[in-house]
Design a protein around this ligand. Structure first.
Ligand code: ATP
Length: 361
């Protein structure tokens, strides 16, 4: 790790990747009448420039509180919030206002002003920016084009669909050319098809505008679709974090595994085993395995090698390959039939190829 001096502030620079957000030991405790609520407990994480960083957790895990700590909508009880190389906690009010302009935010329920048109909503953050009327108009029309709503400039929020409202909110959040966009359950109020189009738009602005995005969600499908890194939260704590391919191919924590299972039908296998479904019933000389493999071994002819090397029969019960961050992750459930020793040797062979093996029964 090196420190880079830019202007008046330090950046952490890990091999060329600038860290946009660094949370250090963040805790947030709310005092309610009868007791304290420890919403976030000693969370540390860092988001690199260009990341689409997902924070996933069940309701009440502390996600909203955590993301609101990034722009100090919530002041942490303790810890440091570094954004663009500055510790926001220590900034005086005026400087904090300036730094906050570089952090856009969108919400689950859009938070548009009902009495203003789409164009007026988008122009609102530019009030007092020193830009001329013509400059503001040009910026609004550029943003309307970006979110594909040029024909709705004069419409009111009540005349828009949920997806269109979120597009307006995205345009408004981008008005000050922020370098970070915080998304608080941005697709939770939308139907699956509209969710897809909003995620697509977020991906587009991430790439086109080099925007770093932090997105909180309770849906693993959202994380799977656009995030390159993820942190899993439970009871105010980050229980696991890492890049999306590692997390999906080798999850360590049970909550992470549960979230991953919500995005594939593989968990039905466990239910079928529990219910002693005939499809997964095994004979004396059979073993059922779940194999999970990632980028390093998808090109290897592991299955044909197994057939060649061991005197076994294979039966595929379930197969699924998905592509995350341009990396294929495979899940396969197979039955092996043959002598005990051959089955054991085959498992060792598969593991040696870097494939994760779980013996299902
Ligand atoms: N202003 C507040 N005052 C008191 N308690 C709060 C406040 N905001 C959040 N909490 C509590 O903090 C905990 C974490 O809430 P938070 O909204 O951050 O979780 P979440 O993971 O975002 O959940 P959800 O997805 O349901 O919004 C919850 O127990 C919640 O009741």
């Amino acid at each position: 790790m090196t420190f880079v001096l830019m202007g008046e502030c330090f950046f952490y620079d890990f091999g060329g990747y600038m860290e946009k957000v660094v949370l250090k030991h963040i805790s947030k405790t709310f005092q309610v009448k009868t007791h304290d609520v420890h919403a976030v407990k000693d969370v540390s994480l860092s988001v690199d420039e260009g990341d689409i960083f997902g924070v996933i957790g069940f309701s009440g895990a502390g996600k909203s509180t955590l993301i609101r700590c990034i722009n100090l909508l919530e002041r942490p009880t303790s810890g440091e919030v570094w954004v663009n190389g500055k510790n926001l906690i220590e900034l005086p009010a005026k400087q904090l206002r300036e730094e906050r302009k570089k952090i856009g935010m969108i919400f689950q329920h859009f938070n548009l002003m009902r009495s203003r048109t789409v164009a007026q909503n988008i122009a609102y953050p530019l009030k007092g920016s020193g830009k001329s009327k013509a400059e503001i108009e040009a910026k609004v029309s550029e943003l309307l084009e970006l979110v594909e709503l040029s024909d709705k400039a004069k419409a009111y929020p009540s005349q828009l669909s949920g997806g269109q409202k979120q597009r307006v909110a995205i345009a408004r959040a981008l008005a000050n050319d922020p370098s970070i966009l915080l998304c608080d359950e941005a697709t939770s109020a939308l139907d699956p098809q509209t969710t897809q189009s909003i995620l697509q738009l977020l991906k587009e602005v991430n790439e086109k505008l080099k925007l770093t995005i932090v997105i909180i969600t309770h849906e693993m499908a959202v994380v799977k679709q656009i995030c390159n890194r993820v942190a899993i939260m439970e009871n105010g704590v980050v229980v696991e974090q890492g890049n999306i391919v590692d997390i999906f191919s080798n999850p360590q924590n049970q909550t992470t595994k549960n979230f991953i299972n919500t995005t594939t039908s593989i968990n039905e296998i466990y239910e079928m085993i529990e219910e002693e479904n005939p499809l997964v019933k095994l004979e004396e000389n059979e073993t059922m395995l779940r194999l999970t493999y990632g980028s390093s071994n998808t090109d290897e002819p592991i299955m044909s090698e197994l057939v060649n090397q061991f005197n076994l029969e294979f039966n595929i019960v379930f197969a699924n390959v998905e592509v995350l961050s341009a990396t294929p992750i495979g899940n396969l459930v197979v039955k092996l039939k043959g002598e005990t020793k051959d089955r054991q040797d085959a498992i060792s062979y598969i593991e040696k190829q870097g494939v994760k093996v779980e013996v299902l029964n």
